[in-house]
Design a protein around this ligand. Structure first.
Ligand SMILES: *Cc1c(COP(=O)(O)O)cnc(C)c1O
Length: 228
């Protein structure tokens, strides 16, 4: 617990330093702690340390953990993994924000999964910054059409873009491309100002490229337990 608190504080200090170096106000940047593969108790501990944004990338683990953690006032769950359309209701039921909207069918499924009284779901359009179409994310050439489609679904609110920096390329270059895609999306949805980018190894570069939401796991949680 003390270690967790020290790692959290150290990461927050590095975030503040990177923001200042980029001429930005650290309060513009939301730090999401990625808790995948860790037990629900870690989320509760983090909450006790003031963390209000946590991220999960596997739907089943996410749904289970959200139930186990229960209602914690102000806690926001960010879903950052590949979502199957037939799990849209489960994702929608537990997530405050879905970072991984990458196709029109998934947008339609998330919209159709809304139940009366559900709040509008914040979504980010995940861009594929690699040349490999098998990776998650919409191809950059198609992000504008996806934005227009999602913006037409009243139970979704397009907030911006998300990406993972590809291996084998300096992250700064990839994040600059993402910044350009964010501009494209804002041409369709003017208030879609969020940019979700930056993980343990590259969050300073992401902040320099305008990231508003960082998804940081191991630097805060420590090494992930073996996946089951
Ligand atoms: C696991 C994960 C992260 C966090 O990774 P770390 O390197 O541990 O910070 C961020 N984004 C996504 C999509 C992830 O799956």
């Amino acid at each position: 617990m003390e270690d967790l608190s020290a790692r959290l504080a150290a990461v927050d200090e590095r975030i503040a330093d990177a923001a200042h170096a980029a001429g930005r106000d650290p309060s513009e940047v939301t730090r999401i702690v990625v808790t995948k593969f860790h037990p629900a108790s870690l989320v509760t501990e983090l909450y006790g340390l003031g963390v209000r944004d946590v991220g999960e990338n596997r739907q089943q683990e996410f749904s289970r953990k959200a139930v186990e953690v229960g209602d914690l006032d102000g806690l926001r769950w960010h879903f950052i993994g590949q979502a199957q359309t037939n799990k849209a209701r489960a994702v929608r039921a537990a997530a405050s924000v879905v970072h991984s909207l990458d196709r029109t069918r998934l947008a339609d499924a998330l919209h159709a999964a809304a139940q009366p009284g559900d709040p509008v779901l914040d979504v980010l359009l995940q861009a594929n910054l690699t040349d490999d179409p098998g990776r998650g994310g919409v191809a950059p050439a198609e992000i504008e059409a996806l934005a227009a489609h999602a913006a037409g679904l009243p139970s979704l609110r397009v907030r911006g873009v998300m990406a993972v920096a590809p291996l084998g390329e300096p992250p700064a270059a990839a994040f600059e491309r993402l910044r350009g895609l964010a501009d494209t999306v804002r041409g369709v949805v003017p208030d879609a100002t969020w940019i979700s980018a930056g993980m343990t190894g590259d969050f300073a570069e992401a902040i320099a490229a305008g990231a508003t939401h960082l998804r940081i796991g191991s630097a805060i949680t420590g090494p992930r337990p073996e996946r089951g």
